[in-house]
Design a protein. Structure first.
Length: 422
């Protein structure tokens, strides 16, 4: 006699008959289902109705039954879960295997920006990229100050797009400029992108966000007439005056000027190889690349060589712009203070003086040189990075470019240098 494809019985805790169907793949019975019938014959008819008319339900039960009784490896489970993510049933998952996804999200993001342990930062260094200490410290600070509440108690594998959206909602109501908001977001989005690219995360939740509009405060720069007056008055500190003069006619950054030594001086040029800040001391330039800056003004080069020769510190780095402290150049605050004192001497409005920064010389240089030489040549002098990648030959300056640059400098800044010499 052929076996029934199901079995029917009652249960002590229910007045209804229950049916369980045979799993055609394994030959074993599956989970009990209630027929909602109290009479045996009616329950049998209900079981046959289900068997004949609800094959999809039985197949689903058979599938569930096979799943429940199967023996899985970690890899099997991962394949199932990844399929659920692809089909939209899950946004993330965490395996209880002690892996990286089960680690504290907050700690993982902080460690990601730790120069001592970060694989990401070591990769950047190996590839020749520069990630400055200030950027690393700021990223850790953004996580501690802006992400703690969102990440608190969560595992890395639990972080999803809803968490990122919470941060956007939070930042929408904060009076911060767009650049700062973007830095706060990237302190977490950058690690998430790296984790996805290295197959630590199965989904790239860092992708597809519309970031805040970048907002740059417009720099106040001097007019050419004001600059001429500025170098006509007596400065309290001659080194600070020379620093402003160099910045004015070369567009060099303040840290690059602070880092100058005698070894960086050429015949009519400066070799910009380093920068300086109080946190890291002497370091590479902002973009990690050296460049040659032309100075076709003998007076400026002679002044630089003179202060290199009379450096009060015989040992150490022998900075041209030496301070009273060995191995430290004049600080940016000293350079700015003396610049503003000189501006006061030409009777500039006090409110306008406060808007002038030492970095304004870089904008002064770029503004007055921009219509004299092409942007690519100017970019090589200032060391600005752009999104476009120049062809290999563009990294080598030609003699024609050098002539173009020096002629433009003489035309633009010649009268200023003559004023400074008097």
């Amino acid at each position: 006699m052929k076996k029934l494809p199901f079995s029917i019985t009652t249960r002590a805790d229910s007045p209804y008959f229950y049916v369980r169907f045979r799993n055609e793949q394994t030959g074993e019975f599956m989970t009990w289902l209630s027929t909602k019938e109290r009479d045996y014959n009616r329950a049998v008819r209900k079981a046959w109705d289900i068997y004949n008319n609800e094959a999809e339900q039985i197949n689903r039960l058979s599938f569930y039954d096979s799943i429940k009784k199967a023996q899985y490896t970690k890899e099997d489970v991962q394949k199932f879960l990844e399929d659920f993510i692809r089909k939209g049933f899950l946004s993330s998952y965490i395996l209880n295997d002690g892996g990286i996804l089960s680690s504290s999200a907050f700690k993982w993001f902080i460690d990601f920006w730790n120069p001592e342990t970060s694989v990401y930062l070591h990769e950047k260094k190996r590839k020749g990229y520069v990630v400055h200490k200030k950027h690393v410290e700021n990223s850790q600070g953004f996580i501690k100050n802006h992400w703690t509440e969102i990440l608190n108690g969560k595992k890395l594998g639990e972080i999803n797009r809803f968490d990122i959206q919470k941060q956007f909602n939070r930042l929408d109501n904060m009076k911060l400029n767009g650049n700062t908001k973007n830095h706060i977001l990237r302190a977490v989005l950058t690690p998430l992108k790296w984790a996805y690219n290295n197959e630590l995360l199965t989904k790239d939740i860092s992708h597809g966000w519309i970031m805040y509009k970048s907002e740059y405060k417009k720099r106040t720069i001097l007019s050419m007439e004001e600059a001429i007056k500025l170098f006509s008055v007596q400065w309290d500190n001659q080194l600070a005056r020379l620093a402003s003069l160099v910045a004015m006619c070369t567009g060099m950054r303040c840290g690059e000027i602070q880092a100058l030594t005698e070894n960086d001086l050429g015949d009519e040029c400066i070799f910009v190889r380093h920068s300086y800040n109080t946190k890291e001391g002497l370091k590479c330039t902002k973009n990690g690349e050296s460049r040659t800056v032309y100075v076709p003004f003998p007076f400026v080069m002679e002044q630089l060589r003179y202060y290199a020769m009379v450096n009060i510190h015989k040992n150490g780095c022998k900075y041209i712009f030496a301070s009273n402290t060995p191995d430290k150049p004049l600080g940016q605050k000293v350079l700015l203070k003396n610049l503003r004192r000189a501006l006061n001497k030409i009777n500039m409005d006090e409110a306008e003086v406060k808007n002038i920064t030492f970095h304004a010389w870089r904008h002064f240089y770029a503004t007055y040189m921009s219509d004299k030489i092409n942007p690519k040549t100017l970019q090589k002098q200032t060391g600005h990075k752009t999104a476009a990648i120049l062809e290999h030959y563009a990294n080598h300056e030609t003699k024609e470019e050098a002539v173009t640059i020096t002629n433009a400098q003489k035309k633009v800044f010649g009268i200023l240098i003559e004023t400074a010499q008097q």
